[in-house]
Design a binder for this molecule. Structure first.
Ligand code: 15L
Length: 273
């Protein structure tokens, strides 16, 4: 967790969806430091609420439950839904219906800022020898990436029509350390993930902005030129892991689509047979 100034609290109540997921569990204690009350939601149990926490079990496809989740919150960090390639019915429920329910609940409850966990898989079918930015056309690498593109478009609609602001985070690979050679380009440390989310929550004016979520890695495929107003400055880098990762993991066959495309193995995963 980042070292904190005397009182980093800036919100009365924040909602974290997907709180029991991989990233949600990591963010739970971190986000607590920025609000008086952290409301946690997930479709399954999350254990006991700690000090300053509220727990609400809800599936995102349940519009009534999601409406209740967003009641009296200042802002939302939306990590919920499906986070990998899955069968269509799960993606439909979690990422399409779920995203719609979330934005409708924001509109009805007067919530004005959402930080949306999008994904680099929105543009996974660009090649690893290309550098792209947030204005390049989407090229999803599967149904999961496509559902995240839907979420970004939904965010744009709710900004244009209802003035609900969103920062869509096209998260690379947020893990303790890069797990493979690809992640030397896509990795984002947990501390940088926290920095990015806090910047997205607190930047004064964001409309609907899109930013790639990565640390300050030497190898990169993504250019955040159009997101400078968010004020995110990564401080970590995958470079410290490079020698170990390259020694441990052999080079893959250069004709493997997972090596050619930015989405890695996601480009050949999924129910497409
Ligand atoms: C994602 O969108 C996934 O949620 C995560 O599990 C990682 O696989 C990541 O992308 C990645 O591209 O490494």
């Amino acid at each position: 967790m980042l070292p904190q100034p005397a009182s980093p609290i800036r919100f009365r109540r924040l909602l974290l969806t997907g709180a029991a997921g991989n990233l949600g569990r990591e963010l739970r204690p971190r986000l607590k430091t920025y609000c008086e009350t952290l409301r946690l939601s997930h479709r399954s149990e999350m254990g006991e609420a700690g000090a300053g926490e509220e727990i609400m079990v809800a599936g995102l496809e349940d519009a009534g439950a999601v409406l209740g989740l967003l009641k009296d919150v200042d802002a939302v960090v939306h990590m919920g839904g499906v986070s990998t390639e899955q069968p269509w019915d799960k993606i439909l429920a979690g990422n399409i219906v779920g995203a719609y329910n979330l934005y409708e609940a924001a509109r009805k409850n007067g919530v004005k800022r959402i930080v949306f966990a999008s994904s680099n898989h929105v543009t996974g079918f660009y090649r690893q020898d290309e550098v792209i930015d947030s204005r390049d056309p989407v090229r999803p690498d599967g149904l999961y990436g496509l559902s995240k593109a839907f979420g970004e478009n939904l965010a744009q609609l709710y900004w244009d029509r209802y003035r609900i602001e969103t920062v869509s985070l096209r998260i690379g690979s947020s893990f303790t350390a890069p797990k493979d050679r690809r992640m030397l380009a896509t990795w984002m440390s947990y501390d940088d993930t926290e920095r990015l989310i806090v910047a997205a929550l607190t930047a004064p004016v964001v409309g609907h902005s899109i930013i790639y979520g990565m640390s300050d890695n030497a190898t990169t495929w993504w250019d955040n030129t159009h997101a400078k107003h968010i004020g995110y400055r990564p401080r970590d880098s995958s470079d410290v892991f490079r020698a170990e990762v390259e020694a441990r993991l052999p080079l893959l066959d250069a004709s493997d689509p997972a090596v050619i495309y930015q989405g890695g193995a996601f480009v050949r995963t999924g129910p497409f047979e």
